[in-house]
Design a protein around this ligand. Structure first.
Ligand code: CA
Length: 760
């Protein structure tokens, strides 16, 4: 085969609905011990302020919806980014017939996945115990419910404000319930409220409220820790009752405005159609043509997860201005705000995807980061909705630098530079939580050691010290690129030098990254299978590759290509033994590595997700091609157990989406993607420039995973990477695939992607 072979047109419907391919239940078969995604079926528009989700669990339990459960007790407004962070500002609606049942466990109805329809733009379920069908369709800050009742003298809709502070008030004359909820899991100012308004299209026969003890009375308003409302009426067989509902973090008046502007007089079907159209528009920037329906479903289900977080946390005021309630200072300010994101996860591939395909969205997110810095004095590393104290690193620097270096504009880059430098250089004076504990997730814990010694020591009481060092060094590289792009030439050398600090933790004796004591001696005893401790949710097998800024430098440390390649291979061939003593239990990330028969390759967590692509730096891109296809095939499917571990705000999905396109962003802020193996026969991307990029893969199949040759716009292409600046100009990238490796293609050092160190 040669590149001159004409592409075979692959069969796929010309006007296939992409939103209909999505299965929001992908990843919902999860629990505390083992995660196949740890997601819930989010009913929302892309990046919507509010998501809606069926509830099978108890409020306060992060696992709000799990596939294996049989009973449903509400459809809630949710803002949960992860079960590990839990929810905030949640409340739910539910329908019943017969005697009123209030508590979640009492009112829960049997349901079946066979009588459930889950889409991004709507959700429908049959509540078997009540013979009621419940449906919801979203807008950005509002939603419509449609309840189809049986003939009954006792039909009810129940609103649950959940524990943590709630208020309800029935306004029967206007067929409304208004109120607020204040539940949260931290990261909110003292005046935090989620104000809601719910408007019914049927008069109430009776409206009642209930309080903390579940006591139902005729009081028309109620305030307490956990209150709710019930409205009741007679229904005819098949009668549909509609509820239009909106909320605001700013005020009750703003909630009404959100209801008027986003729903107004729209019918349920119109709201659903508009939500679907929003998804089609965003998903349609990438059109896959391929006969494999399963792969198309997985691809768009993964893309759906990438277009949810960080959520819009801003609203539009009466004058049409963008305003936001600040989850940092509790005031209302002009401008954008986004939240619910763990940058430790998402800097790797979610944000690079935004840079490539949604720079206008990324610009708004950057403006939100400017506002976060102004309102809190810090950049977030894990925001939900305000600063939360989880995970490590200065990964906000990667996100910001990558955006700026690759041409995202429209934000105050000078302020963000100042913020990035403060985050990278400051340990003291970090904000505290309600209990007065320092939030270790912002700023840099151990920065004085890092600046003096070049690493955060193992023996000074700072946990996950080696992971911190490696991540700080990568962030310092990003800062050097940002400084260079902004013309701050005086700072470039300093941060470049710090970007080399990964060398301080490489132990030539064992060949691994290893914790290091203050006096220069090594962490002893050392067990490369030990999870946590010096590392974060990983061990030396997974974390030793965290040198995205200088893969060639790492190759040199390991003794050259051959030992480096042997070590990469060993990740897959070493049995999945582990030491869990740091945690005292087998955390789910460990179990997810153990069970998939891929050795020490722990794709269910983020630290190793770029590793396969490192073969591109060492002359064996064909091994990257083999492994990426193997992981796509074995670890992902559009089914409830379809992820290999926590999905994590789009990151584990972004690995699949990029990899299916045929490349992946390893190094931040250089505008390059390492090439893997494209999954589909044909993909058309409408780039933000308006130009069309076509990615063809001739002879592609489950067996033909190896690249034989590549042309870019008709010219032979033999590099193991693609430039962002090239792709955004559109054109045609043509891969010719085959069943055996072409070991010559892109295997020279000149073909390798970016490294700080020149090849030796
Ligand atoms: Ca994770």
């Amino acid at each position: 085969m040669t590149a001159a072979v004409a592409a075979t047109p692959a069969p796929a419907p010309a006007h296939e609905s992409l939103a209909e391919l999505i299965n929001p239940l992908m990843g919902t078969d999860s629990n505390y011990e083992l995660s196949y995604g740890n997601v819930y079926p989010a009913v929302a528009v892309p990046w919507g302020m509010n998501f809606w989700s069926p509830v099978t669990g108890k409020m306060g339990d992060g696992w709000g919806y799990t596939y294996e459960t049989h009973k449903i007790n509400g459809i809630k407004q949710t803002h949960q980014p992860s079960p590990w962070m839990n929810d905030y500002a949640a409340f739910s609606l539910f329908a019943e017939t017969g005697d009123v049942k209030i508590k979640q466990e009492d009112r829960a109805s049997w349901f079946s996945h066979k009588a459930e329809e889950s889409h991004p733009y709507s959700y429908k379920v049959y509540l078997a115990d009540y013979d009621v069908t419940a449906e919801v369709a979203p807008t950005n800050r509002a939603a419509q419910f449609q309840f189809t009742f049986p003939k009954s003298d006792q039909s009810h809709i129940i609103l649950d404000g959940y524990a943590g502070g709630s208020m309800v008030k029935i306004d029967a004359a206007h067929r409304r319930i208004i109120g607020y909820v204040r539940n949260n899991s931290g990261g909110v100012p003292a005046n935090f409220h989620n104000y809601f308004v719910a408007e019914f299209d049927k008069p109430f026969t009776v409206g009642r409220t209930w309080g903390d003890k579940g006591d139902l009375t005729n009081d028309q308003s109620r305030e307490g820790d956990h209150v709710g409302a019930v409205i009741s009426f007679q229904t005819a067989a098949g009668e549909k009752v509609h509820v239009k509902i909106a909320s605001s973090f700013i005020s009750p008046e703003q909630a009404e405005r959100n209801l008027d502007t986003e729903i107004g007089h729209d019918s349920f079907d119109q709201t659903e159609a508009k939500a679907k159209a929003e998804w089609e528009k965003e998903l349609g920037r990438v059109r896959v043509t391929d006969p494999n329906l399963d792969n198309r479903r997985t691809f768009y289900s993964a893309l759906y997860r990438m277009l949810q977080f960080p959520r819009m946390f801003f609203e539009i005021d009466a004058a049409g201005k963008v305003v936001h309630y600040s989850p940092y200072d509790g005031q209302v300010h002009d401008g954008y705000m986004y939240t619910d994101n763990g940058f430790w996860d998402t800097w790797r591939a979610v944000f690079p995807y935004f840079v490539m395909m949604y720079p206008e969205q990324d610009s708004q997110i950057m403006q939100g980061l400017v506002n976060t810095y102004k309102e809190s004095g810090w950049l977030p590393e894990w925001a939900s909705p305000g600063h939360r104290s989880v995970m490590i690193g200065s990964n906000s620097a990667n996100i910001i630098a990558d955006a700026y270096v690759n041409g995202v504009r429209g934000f105050d880059a000078e302020t963000l530079y100042q913020a990035v430098v403060k985050n990278a250089t400051t340990d003291k004076g970090r904000p505290t939580d309600k209990k007065g504990r320092t939030l270790s997730a912002v700023g840099r814990e151990g920065v004085d050691y890092y600046n003096q010694l070049g690493y955060v020591p193992y023996d000074v009481g700072i946990h996950e010290n080696a992971a911190r060092t490696l991540e700080y060094a990568t962030a310092d590289f990003s800062i050097s690129r940002f400084a260079k792009a902004l013309g701050k030439t005086g700072d470039v050398a300093h941060y470049q030098e710090h970007a080399q600090n990964f060398r301080k933790l490489y132990d030539p004796q064992t060949g691994w990254m290893r914790g290091r004591n203050k006096d220069g001696s090594w962490e002893t005893p050392f067990n490369p299978f030990k999870w946590g401790d010096a590392f974060t949710e990983g061990n030396a097998f997974q974390y030793s590759w965290a040198v995205m800024q200088d893969v060639q430098g790492l190759i040199d440390l390991m003794g050259g290509d051959k030992p480096f390649l042997n070590r990469l291979d060993s990740v897959f061939t070493t049995p999945p033994v582990f030491d869990n003593s740091y945690y005292g239990e087998t955390i789910h990330e460990i179990r997810e590595m153990q069970v998939v028969n891929m050795g020490q390759y722990a794709h269910g967590n983020q630290p190793i997700q770029h590793m396969i692509y490192l073969y591109d730096w060492a002359g064996q891109p064909w091994k990257a091609q083999y492994h990426v296809r193997d992981v796509m095939k074995r670890l992902y499917s559009a089914t409830p157990d379809g992820y290999p571990g926590d999905e994590d705000n789009g990151q584990t999905s972004a690995w699949y989406v990029f990899s299916a396109l045929g490349f992946y962003p390893v190094t931040p802020a250089v505008g390059q993607y390492a090439i893997g193996s494209p999954l589909f026969r044909n993909v058309q991307l409408t780039m933000p420039t308006g130009k069309l990029l076509t990615i063809e893969a001739v002879n592609n199949s489950a067996n033909n995973v190896y690249i034989q040759s590549v042309t870019l716009n008709g010219k032979p292409y033999d590099k193991a990477w693609l430039a962002h600046a090239t792709l955004e100009q559109g054109g045609t990238l043509l891969f010719v695939m085959g069943p055996t490796p072409n070991k010559a293609w892109a295997s020279t050092k000149a073909a390798a992607p970016f490294s700080m160190s020149a090849p030796k």
